[in-house]
Design a protein around this ligand. Structure first.
Ligand SMILES: NC(=O)c1ccc[n+]([C@@H]2O[C@H](COP(=O)([O-])OP(=O)(O)OC[C@H]3O[C@@H](n4cnc5c(N)ncnc54)[C@H](OP(=O)(O)O)[C@@H]3O)[C@@H](O)[C@H]2O)c1
Length: 274
């Protein structure tokens, strides 16, 4: 299987993002994705779809051990007791005894990171999460987190696609053996009409979205594209039967620009959590 290894975790390189998927659509897409070969599902308590993700998992008929499930704790639950409660509530909704990866969804400067990480490590020690990590952490925040955590952090999930240069975060992750998981990896559909991606795609009989996902996966960066359309599930998974040449990789890298960020409140100050 195509996985990225990080501090003891084996994370499938392609996962299904589920933000904004709700109700029966969500359960059906998760089930279909798993039937088509996906082995990694990304959810969060904030997405309000953990129940449906769990339903899709069970409907797929796959063994629990064969699917890598990530969920995330929302920053309003970062006080230690609340974090433990939030992790347990996620498991109840998913109807699982443990998740494969539990992330801090966004940094929360209002609660000391040492306390939150202590609680996150405890949740892992209790067996509620096989692995732990962070999301939307800058390089400085990651360095702080690595220094504070008594258990290995395996992932920083950040916005990452062809229009955004995240080389500093990627380098910091590599220094610490932490996997980068790219969210919004097809720039919320924005890669579709891009001329460079279309041209490179034609040479490989692939779509711009597939070139964008391949560009990341070829660097051992995991991708979690979301789709609400069953036909696109297969498209977004079919990125392991071709390779981009060094010249093509450079051309795609050159698409990054300073205004490439989509989720731009990440580093410009914390949103209000409550
Ligand atoms: N940690 C965080 O803070 C955070 C933040 C944002 C997202 N995430 C996670 O990352 C996942 C992915 O990010 P995202 O949902 O923001 O954006 P994304 O996956 O980059 O883009 C999703 C959009 O692209 C379209 N799309 C999907 N496949 C396509 C294809 N092959 N060709 C053209 N368009 C396609 C989808 O439309 P259709 O539905 O019509 O296919 C949808 O509108 C989320 O679902 C969530 O799990 C995490």
């Amino acid at each position: 299987m195509n996985v990225v290894e990080a501090n003891g975790a084996r994370i499938p390189l392609v996962g299904l993002g589920t933000w904004d998927l709700r109700g029966r659509t969500c359960a059906r897409l998760v089930e279909q994705a798993l039937r088509l070969g996906y082995r990694h599902i990304d959810t969060a308590e904030m997405y309000d779809n953990e129940r449906e993700v769990g339903e899709g998992l069970r409907a797929s008929g796959l063994k629990r051990a064969d699917v890598f499930v990530t969920t995330k704790v929302w920053p309003s639950h970062f006080a230690p007791r609340e974090l433990e409660r939030a992790a347990k509530d996620s498991l109840v909704r998913l109807r699982l005894s443990e998740v494969d990866l539990l992330l801090l969804h966004w940094p929360n400067p209002q609660i000391p990171l040492a306390e939150t990480l202590g609680a996150l490590c405890k949740v892992k020690a209790m067996g509620l999460a096989r692995h732990i990590g962070v999301s939307n952490f800058t390089v400085a925040m990651m360095e702080e987190a690595v220094g504070l955590a008594s258990e290995p952090l395996v992932c920083n999930q950040v916005e990452l696609h062809v229009f955004l240069d995240q080389s500093k975060v990627i380098a910091a992750c590599r220094r610490h053996g932490i996997a980068v998981v790219a969210y919004a990896p097809i720039a919320r559909g924005g890669v579709k009409g891009n001329a460079t991606l279309t041209r490179i795609g034609k040479a490989h009989d692939k779509s711009p979205a597939q070139v964008s996902l391949r560009y990341l996966a070829q660097q051992q960066i995991a991708v979690i594209p979301r789709t609400s359309r069953v036909e696109r599930l297969s498209e977004n998974l079919a990125i392991f039967d071709f390779a981009l040449s060094p010249d093509e990789m450079s051309e795609v890298a050159a698409l990054a620009h300073r205004r490439g960020r989509i989720v731009d409140y990440a580093y410009s100050g914390p949103p209000k959590w409550d």
